[in-house]
Design a protein around this ligand. Sequence first.
Ligand SMILES: [Zn+2]
Length: 197
Amino acid sequence: MSDLSKIESELRERSSGQCELCTANPGASVLQVEPVAKVDADHSIWICETCGPTIEGGELNGQDWFCLQDSIWSEVPAIQVVTWRMLHRLGSDSWAQDLIEQCYMEDDQLEWAKAGLLATSDDPGSTTAITKDSNGSELLEGDSVTLIKALDVKGGGFTAKRGTMVKGIRLTDDPENVEGRVNGMVLVLKTCFLKKA
Ligand SMILES: [Zn+2]
């Protein structure tokens, strides 16, 4: 028996076959609750075809999530962790906020829950990637930056000196590049060579 089918049979037993989040639909697949310390049933939940895509980052609309009021009190840490993250995504609803405050989780469990939240917000599918300068400060459209390294502008016939100020940068689709005007030329600048002014 492979590890995964062993996990699956453990989960089927734990859940009595029902989705462990909504408990309304029969479960359909194993969801590993990332980041997983260990691939086992304790770090996985058994979920239905409706909850699955939503947990993975799909739209929250079209389903009521009051089931979370029950699943947050689950004795299974992985179910609590997934519920907690869903509540955070529902954040603006006051009942979700209340549950987040009421629920109790061990410190390491809370760490686990939070780690997953970060993973979701870094997902380029759900939010646009943040453009950062060489110090990790966020760069925004229209910011001014200075070059921390001399830049040889091929085709421009000049070298932009270290410390050159570039005003009014434009962000690009690539978080590692911005556009800025140097000596009247629009250049693509690598953010690792820039410092927010
Ligand atoms: Zn479900």
